[in-house]
Design a protein. Structure first.
Length: 141
């Protein structure tokens, strides 16, 4: 299991914590996805922005449709973080689409800076994984 580490001192709110962050090696066009867990021990919040130390841009994806067909996603403006729960950003749920980051090798660590509507900004280390060479992926955790 991969562990994400929240960088201390970067959170404006102790109610939120972030961990287990990783992303697969980007494709040749520099596109990948990001997965992580957000624990909220306080009131409702929303994830409103994410930036990476590797550059590029980040879009939020969320489930589309009624859940009865093949998994489809759509762009969303924010990711809801309900009170007193853990939100798992995962392939079949909300997650990050990261573009413009070609050439990130497996094993490299990058920083994700997550900005919340009420909880401030939290930084977390995310490991770039390479499932094709035996590195971890969401499905192996």
């Amino acid at each position: 299991m991969l562990a994400g580490v929240a960088i201390s001192g970067c959170s404006a709110s102790k109610a939120l914590s972030v961990g287990n962050a990783y992303l697969p090696v980007p494709d040749k066009a520099g596109v990948t996805v990001g997965y992580l867990e957000i624990r909220n021990n306080g009131g409702p919040d929303e994830l409103v922005a994410v930036a990476t130390s590797a550059g590029g841009s980040v879009q939020f994806l969320g489930p589309a449709g009624d859940g009865t067909a093949t998994m489809a996603t759509r762009g969303v403006g924010d990711i809801p973080i309900p009170a007193h729960t853990t939100v798992h950003l995962a392939p079949n749920s909300y997650h990050l689409r990261i573009t413009g980051v070609p050439g990130l090798p497996g094993g490299k660590a990058i920083t994700l800076r997550l900005t919340f509507a009420h909880g401030g900004t939290i930084s977390v280390i995310a490991l770039v994984t390479d499932p094709s060479s035996g590195g971890s992926s969401y499905f192996l955790n």
